[in-house]
Design a binder for this molecule. Structure first.
Ligand SMILES: O=C(O)CCC(=O)C(=O)O
Ligand SMILES: [Fe+2]
Length: 176
């Protein structure tokens, strides 16, 4: 089921891409496409799984490509219009996803419940953090009029103990 596996700058977690020929993977992609009904996009990249154990992290980054854009199978350049990051396993302390440039109201983050809400104003006051909970996730847009949006800078904070597994689904948009 698991193909490939590579390391990249800023990521200390393990990652791999899933084969699009697998029925479950294609069901997941269909579901993602349905979620985006009405949005103009040009397919999905291969689904990626990432696994973090103690001290593993992904540093602040953009999902959109900043350099020369990659070519799709028709040799057309594309960028990542949008991202899904879905938490599959979260038997862990730490490992929140952090968006330092997106401000949330404290009232939205919520304070008046016993359970610590998943969405929190970041401890350092910059942006918000989302706690990893299996079966939940984040969806966001990376591009505005084909330009990468700097507000969606984000990181996966270090897992302190335990294991976190997440799934990236990146949405393609041709640039010409
Ligand atoms: O692990 C996270 O919380 C975020 C992962 C991420 O942003 C990525 O893999 O591109
Ligand atoms: Fe990311």
């Amino acid at each position: 089921m698991i193909t490939g596996g590579k390391t990249s700058a800023g990521r200390t977690s393990d990652s791999c891409f899933l084969p699009g020929s697998d029925d479950l993977v294609s069901d997941i992609k269909l579901r993602a496409a349905k979620f985006m009904r009405g949005l103009q996009f040009d397919g999905l990249e291969a689904v990626q799984l990432v696994r973090y154990t103690a001290n593993q992290t992904i540093n602040l980054h953009y999902d959109w490509y900043q350099g020369t854009p990659p070519l799709d199978r028709n040799h057309k350049p594309y960028n990542r219009l949008a991202s899904f990051f879905i938490y599959l396993q979260a038997d862990c302390e730490g490992g929140e996803t952090w968006f330092p440039n997106v401000t949330v109201e404290r009232s939205v983050a919520g304070q008046d419940t016993n359970e610590k809400l998943a969405l929190q104003v970041s401890e350092n006051g910059k942006g918000f953090t989302m706690r990893a909970r299996p079966g939940s996730g984040l969806f966001w847009m990376n591009m505005q009029d084909n330009i990468g949006d700097r507000r969606v800078l984000h990181a996966g904070l270090p897992v302190q103990t335990g294991t976190k597994i997440g799934m990236n689904i990146w949405v393609k948009k041709n640039l010409v």
